[in-house]
Design a protein around this ligand. Structure first.
Ligand SMILES: [Mg+2]
Length: 235
């Protein structure tokens, strides 16, 4: 057991679920649609070029915590040289395509369920903290698809249950209060240094960085692990 810790707060995407698979599929689908759209507007670009640019753009938006896909597409298309205004209907279709493809391809990591069961059996309270997908209700719908959700004592969708998203400490503190724990009794597990770890530290919580990839942004955590299964040696 981790001394003085009552509750374990976990992030969802890329922490419990293999968001890479979801992201890749979503970017593929959208790149195909953008390719077609640009061609219809006289811009001929290799689909692979569009995919690569979209992937870079997606990562950049994640770092800047700009989650509203509706705002992405006009900016991205303008970057490809499109002069015309992108109709609202097209924007909505692209966002819908992105999220439905993402949800279908986004699977839990194999060690997610067993590790969550282990944490519960150890007597910790379990909390899920995840940022909104901007479309109201969409994130909750995505969350409910996972069987492991029944293991959680409380869920906070930041940006919906509370206006602030990570790295604000507020959603972390809201989840702690739902779990009946003080900030000092919580440890946060997340994959993103600039949202999960930064926010948890601002809330006064202990931190475990699950290093799925290098973001090129440093934020010192109490522990660094490379897989969920490694939580067994800390918790
Ligand atoms: Mg994440």
């Amino acid at each position: 057991m981790m001394r003085g810790i009552k509750a374990v707060l976990l992030d969802l995407d890329e922490t419990l679920t293999d968001a890479f698979t979801g992201l890749r599929a979503a970017r593929r689908a959208v790149a195909g649609r953008l390719h077609k759209y640009l061609r219809e507007h006289g811009i001929e670009l290799d689909e692979e070029v569009i995919y690569t640019r979209l992937s870079e753009f997606d990562d950049k938006m994640a770092i800047e915590t700009k989650y509203n896909r509706d705002e992405w597409w006009p900016e991205l298309l303008a970057g490809f040289g499109l002069k015309q205004k992108v109709p609202r209907r097209t924007v909505r279709q692209l966002t819908k395509l992105y999220w439905t493809t993402f949800a279908r391809a986004n699977k839990p990591f194999p060690d997610a369920g067993p590790t969550l069961s282990y944490i519960r059996e150890k007597g910790y309270k379990l909390g899920l903290i995840t940022d909104t997908d901007v479309e109201p209700g969409l994130k909750l719908e995505r969350v409910r698809r996972f069987r492991f959700i029944k293991l959680f004592n409380a869920v906070v969708i930041s940006g919906e249950d509370i206006p602030e998203t990570k790295p604000s400490p507020k959603p972390f503190l809201l989840l702690a209060s739902k779990l009946g724990a003080s900030a000092g009794e919580c440890v946060v597990v997340g994959d993103k240094p600039f949202t999960d770890i930064k926010g948890a530290k601002a809330a006064g919580m202990r931190t475990i960085w699950l290093k799925r990839r290098d973001w090129g942004i440093e934020e010192k955590a109490d522990f660094t692990i490379n897989s969920l299964a490694e939580l067994r040696r800390i918790l």
